[in-house]
Design a binder for this molecule. Structure first.
Ligand code: GLV
Ligand code: MN
Ligand code: MN
Length: 411
């Protein structure tokens, strides 16, 4: 099995020498290097590579008469696995890449086992899953599934003001073609995404792999506070309209604790950003997640109310609204059962876990029967250079994925 070789060939791409974390942002040179890596891994396996209109990568194990689309024998549809290659700023090595590397390694293992797919088997790497450059998580799969307007997506801008359309064009991808691809989705019968666990439930349960049950509803809200720029040494406290004060980070923590949810202010920008001045504008992004929609709404409502009250108290204006919201996702129960029984038949014990992390599988679940496998993360730490999975658990993940794909695609 080629997991280690593949893994090591991807590791240097986009790694920051100081933090040890990854900066693989969409449509950058690092992203291009990840795409080249994917293309080479596919070519080494005689898989047919194509980039879809939205910039998502696909590697197909198919053959004449067995190409994804209408007209397959018995109306059967393709089986797809994969994940993403982009990262959050200083993200870990595993979040996303583990699913893509494991997919290629699972193809190798299927071939070692002599399995020949009777339906097309695809490996996908979705673009801009983290939303780290353009702000919308799962942008590639959202565009594919038609849950974001292509015009609005083209106009999304990164921190330097470069739009998605400009970034795509600069990387050689035509931005005019982005948007839903119902034909591609209709050709897929099942999507199974393997992902490093982003919590430590498996470590506590003593199991190497789990089956995903559901994804908490979650979203991102942007809060823009506008105050009055002023001198840090001379403006009296009473005269200030300081937008740095009301951004509600403590209210977020409190609301999450009260409701058994999660709320994080992980990004704040201040303009113009002088040490010796009261800021003109502060933007803060709230990431909130909860076990159900009502809880999520309660948390967000409380944070926004606290921010509004504090802004009014400091003479600051507030504009707030959602950037992306993803409803609760329950993975396809039939597919989940099928994963459980094929793993059990191989003696693989896999508990069923919910997650508070977002995934392309959660977006695709609205259109395609979808399931997830999680691989144990000993500390649970994720979105951090410290994210980790042991080699033995990665190998267990590949075996589990191959077992599932064999059942879905080779029988
Ligand atoms: C993606 O990893 C997310 O949950 O934000
Ligand atoms: Mn992530
Ligand atoms: Mn991920």
């Amino acid at each position: 099995m080629s997991f280690a070789t593949l893994w090591e060939s991807l590791l240097p791409i986009g790694r920051d020498g100081l933090s040890g974390g990854y900066r693989r942002f969409s449509w950058t040179p690092e992203d291009a290097a990840c795409r080249a890596w994917f293309t080479q891994a596919a070519a080494e396996r005689d898989l047919r590579v194509r980039t879809d209109n939205n910039g998502n990568l696909w590697a197909w194990w198919d053959r004449p008469g067995l190409v994804p689309g209408p007209g397959l024998p018995g109306g059967s549809k393709a089986v797809v696995t994969g994940s993403h290659l982009d990262s959050v700023p200083d993200g870990g090595a595993f979040d996303g890449p583990l699913g893509v590397v494991s997919a290629f390694a699972a193809v190798d293992l299927l071939r070692e086992r002599g399995c020949l797919p009777v339906r097309p088997l695809g490996i996908a790497a979705f673009s801009e899953e983290e939303g780290a450059r353009f702000g919308i998580a799962c942008l590639g799969s959202r565009l594919l599934a038609g849950v974001i307007d292509p015009g609005a997506a083209r106009a999304l801008a990164d921190a330097a003001g470069v739009t998605l359309a400009e970034a795509m064009a600069a990387a050689g991808h035509d931005p005019d073609g982005i948007g839903p691809d119902d034909g591609l989705l209709a050709a897929i019968g099942a999507y199974v995404e393997l992902h490093v666990e982003q919590g430590r439930a498996l470590a506590d349960l003593g199991a190497a792999v789990a089956i995903g049950e559901q994804i908490w509803p979650h979203g991102r809200w942007r809060l823009d506070f506008t105050g009055r720029p002023d001198h840090a040494g001379t403006a009296t406290l009473a005269d200030r309209r300081d937008p740095m004060l009301p951004f509600a980070v403590l209210a977020a923590r409190q609301a999450a604790a009260v409701h058994g949810a999660r709320a994080t202010v992980g990004k704040v920008t201040a303009e113009p950003g002088a040490v010796n001045a009261v800021s003109a504008r502060v933007s803060a992004w709230l990431d909130a997640r909860g076990p159900d929609e009502r809880t999520l709404q309660a948390v967000v409502g409380e944070v926004l109310a606290a921010a509004r009250e504090a802004a009014a108290g400091h003479g600051v204006e507030l504009a707030a609204g959602p950037e992306s919201v993803t409803p609760a996702v329950m993975f396809d129960p039939g597919l989940r059962e099928r994963l459980a029984s094929s793993l059990a038949a191989q003696g693989i014990q896999a508990p069923v876990l919910p997650t508070g992390a977002g995934h392309d599988a959660g977006v695709l679940a609205a259109r395609v029967p979808t399931a997830m496998l999680f691989v144990r993360n000993p500390t649970g730490v994720s979105h951090s250079p410290a994210e980790h999975a042991e080699p033995a658990d990665c190998a267990a993940g590949v075996r589990a994925l191959a077992t599932v794909l064999e059942d879905l695609a080779c029988r």
